[in-house]
Design a protein around this ligand. Sequence first.
Ligand SMILES: Cc1cc2nc3c(=O)[nH]c(=O)nc-3n(C[C@H](O)[C@H](O)[C@H](O)COP(=O)(O)OP(=O)(O)OC[C@H]3O[C@@H](n4cnc5c(N)ncnc54)[C@H](O)[C@@H]3O)c2cc1C
Length: 401
Amino acid sequence: MINLELPKKMKAASNQAHQAAAQIFRPISRKYDLAEHERPVELDTMASLVEGLADAGQAASGATMGRGTERKTEGNVNGGNMASLMNVIETCWGDVGLTLSIPYQGLGNSAIAAVATDEQLERFGKVWASMAITEPSFGSDSAAVSTTAVLDGDEWVLNGEKIFVTAGERSTHIVVWASVDKSKGRAAIKSFVVPRDAPGLSVARLEHKLGIRASDTAVLLLEDCRIPQDNLLGSPEVDVNKGFGGVMATFDNTRPLVAGMAVGLARAALEELREILTEAGVDVSYDTPVNNQHAAAAAYLDLEADWEAAYLLTIRAAWMADNKKPNSLEASMAKAKAGRMGTAVTLKAVELAGSYGYSERPLLEKWARDSKILDIFEGTQQIQQLIVARRVLDLSSAELK
Ligand SMILES: Cc1cc2nc3c(=O)[nH]c(=O)nc-3n(C[C@H](O)[C@H](O)[C@H](O)COP(=O)(O)OP(=O)(O)OC[C@H]3O[C@@H](n4cnc5c(N)ncnc54)[C@H](O)[C@@H]3O)c2cc1C
């Protein structure tokens, strides 16, 4: 049975994240939307807060994901995944771009948590890691990695180009997907932790974007980039029978998180919209049938229902990860639903708020722009639906493309 009640400890952490979102993020949200590529210095102070929470066992850091601080094996466990999810819902209620810029909470940290050995977790548990999968030749088809890693003595030598790397300029480390042997296909794709100061690593440029402008999105070049041999995450063995399940396990942890980002952002839009409707004299009632209410109130109730469905799917996926239940299907369901819901809710909120919603006075138009990426990165809407279909129909990726 899923227990939907949050433990007291988690509520406290969630409240703390909400305070940070309200007091630190919201006041600078518009500033960094307009000042793209400027580093949000206000977030430096958050680094120690995040580290403190992780040390206190509240698992706010992405690095603890999948490694729940509670090691209970029976009953309901709410560990690292659920804590990170609750945290990200609140910080994204504040601002998604700034959330992606919080030091030590990169998507690469989740990759480390999902794939690293205990020794590696010890070494890389407290770095700020971004995640570099996408290349100029592919996005959705992550089996098409063309970056190479060749062992030379006791070092890996990496060559390739990675594009659209979130926090690719600011993070201290980058988790890079590369092939150790192209002739062996997807099984040879491994992830490597590349320190920012590794020789041969450089930032070619930063992207200009529709939304999440507070977050840096970088193009990275790896030119004979050398890293220590033991920076390969997990097992170096290439097992063609296993495919690339190892690196793909990252997504079981990160997709519920990205779904949580959409849940937090959409809740912000719903709250703002509700206030605007109330000020305009539109009351929303939970006791009156929708067809007897103002059309805007009926539309609002629809949006809330959509939000609730996404929220429930998302906490189920995180709960399953914490309880060591295979959750690939549920993680994709959550990401598909929440990604769709996020864009629908924020855009409808602009529409219902009229020209005021379209202006830069409230944050509604910004949230509508920010939401779109949550339906694209970590697997697009179409890719999530493809994964769900494969799982439900029990078809392989070769059978259903
Ligand atoms: C702001 C931003 C931040 C990002 N951050 C990161 C990051 O940190 N790390 C990283 O590695 N990548 C990152 N990405 C890249 C992102 O993950 C990819 O853009 C995404 O996976 C889609 O790839 P693509 O853009 O190449 O689209 P394509 O794969 O070319 O897809 C184009 C369209 O075709 C659809 N499509 C593709 N295949 C199928 C199919 N089989 N069936 C049906 N439809 C299909 C897609 O859904 C999409 O609508 C980021 C991107 C952006 C914009």
